[in-house]
Design a protein around this ligand. Sequence first.
Ligand code: ADP
Ligand code: MG
Length: 337
Amino acid sequence: MTALRLTDIQKSYGDNHVLRDVNLTIEDGEFIVIVGPSGCGKSTMLRIIAGLEAPDEGIIELFDEVVNEMSPAQRGVAMVFQSYALYPHMTVFDNFKFSLKLAGLDDAEIHQRITDVADNLSLQDYLDRKPSELSGGQRQRVALGRALVRKPRMFLFDEPLSNLDAGLRMNTRIEIASLHRALKTPILYVTHDQTEAMTLADRIVVMRAGRIEQVGAPLELYNTPANRFVAGFIGSPAMNFISPDLLPELGAESVGVRPELLRVAEDGRLAGKVLHYERLGTDTHVIVQLPDDKKLTVRLVGQWEFDLGAPITLDFEDDKAVLFDAQGDRIPRASDP
Ligand code: ADP
Ligand code: MG
């Protein structure tokens, strides 16, 4: 069953055309991650699906039903915001209860749902506290719990973990992944975190300036990006784009090589000098300046040491490079899957 279908969605604020020809279909149970630069329309798209905002044109269908005219409550979709948006004067319990009461559930059912979700998210001991008496991680779990108690037919997450520190982010990411495995409710999840995108998504949607650039499985986007924009956006450190003058034999307008595919090689085709390097423990990232002044990032496994300014020669296997034409579109290769 199709959980969501957006058809030809357009949205402008004044003369700012924020969503352009957005078409997207999501199957029931899918975990979809949306990425794209700040201001490209990700939050606007979620708000339009939730019913907090109306599109200028286009059709929104949830579970094969047109919902354009439906209120947010009727749509049965729950949204979790980066800002948490909790009611500050209410206890955690009442934050959970609020929308259930609005939905007309009886007290026994409300209690049961809140108990279940509080158990699930380890919030049993905090139900009487107000948001100001909670840590950031606990507030985030309350925001998540408030969406969960409603038992929505779809979740919309707008950068839900970006206020958390790295350790909490990882724990909560794992919690969200296992919640999704258990509930199988479809999720649309906006993030700018590469790890979240790569690890959580069944499919990633890459947006730029109001348009969808590519939709695909994480490794499909990583290995066979449709264009230079997607290639540069997915992956950290980002893909290197090398001038074709340095590699004329490849016959492309731009040669993309992932940092981990470059290796230090005597007589390598790319000769430069070491500008900087960062030792992360497991890996060493080396920033190399090429003769055309462009910089490359090389990701070496292990703990390396260099003299700054020293010459270095690099190479890679040609069939691992991603080639782009003059428009920036990827040129298909024989080695494509
Ligand atoms: P993202 O979530 O990808 O960072 P948004 O969807 O929040 O981007 O915003 C997309 C564009 O729409 C931005 O240029 C933003 O300034 C503009 N925008 C968003 N909401 C409004 C609004 N309510 N009124 C006017 N402009 C808005
Ligand atoms: Mg946003």
